[in-house]
Write a protein that binds this ligand. Structure first.
Ligand SMILES: O=P(O)(O)OC[C@H]1O[C@H](OP(=O)(O)OP(=O)(O)O)[C@H](O)[C@@H]1O
Ligand SMILES: O=C(O)c1cc(=O)[nH]c(=O)[nH]1
Length: 178
């Protein structure tokens, strides 16, 4: 089984939760994809790094990150997978709001100004969270080369409408959830 197939198996086994939930957007649903159970899992997280590097291979970026918290372990998994491939990839974290003390940075990590960056998410339903990160990155002077998610839960049209290239490792069809 290749890495993409192994990760899909892990998500189906450990990440899909059935039951009534309220989503980030305020919408309600009968199931949830809890990808924190994947991106923080010792078996699945290394696969996340490999698969996300593979699906974004053509985009040409040297830093990766997104809106905390879902994006954070995706970005660090990619950083470590890239290092194992002999490639230098930095990560960053976009805070939901600016910090009032310390260095008062909205984007933590190595500076993103003037760099080609990839905005990531664990999953996206409306695109709201990842596009908030894109806006903060643009304000910080980064060049966003694209957006990528592990699982697309319906955000493709909203993200593609911005004109940014969009990659997802899995759709709801792959998960048998549509
Ligand atoms: O595409 P959207 O409609 O924005 O929904 C997707 C967002 O929802 C989840 O995060 P959540 O808002 O629950 O916050 P968290 O990352 O802090 O857990 C997920 O990690 C995405 O960030
Ligand atoms: O839209 C969301 O908030 C959302 C949906 C989902 O399946 N998983 C998740 O983490 N967030």
């Amino acid at each position: 089984m290749d890495e993409r197939a192994k990760l899909l198996d892990e998500i189906k086994k450990k990440g899909v939760v059935h039951g009534r939930v309220v989503l980030s957007s305020g919408r309600e649903a009968d199931w949830y994809v809890d990808l924190r159970r994947i991106t923080l899992d010792g078996v699945a997280a290394p696969l996340v790094g490999q698969v996300m590097l593979d699906v974004t291979e053509d985009l040409g970026y040297d830093a990766v990150g997104g809106l905390t918290l879902g994006a954070d372990p995706v970005a660090t998994a990619m950083l470590h997978a890239a290092a194992a491939r002999g490639r230098h990839l930095d990560a960053f974290v976009v805070r939901k709001a600016g910090k009032a003390h310390g260095l008062q940075r909205r984007i933590e990590g190595p500076d993103v100004a003037g760099r080609r960056v990839l905005a990531v998410e664990d999953t996206s339903t409306t695109g709201g969270s990842v596009l908030t990160a894109v806006e903060a990155l643009r304000e910080a002077g980064a060049e966003i080369v694209g957006v990528a998610t592990i699982v697309d839960r319906g955000a493709a049209a909203a993200i593609e409408a911005t004109g940014l290239p969009y990659r997802t490792a899995y759709t709801l069809t792959d998960l048998g959830l549509d």
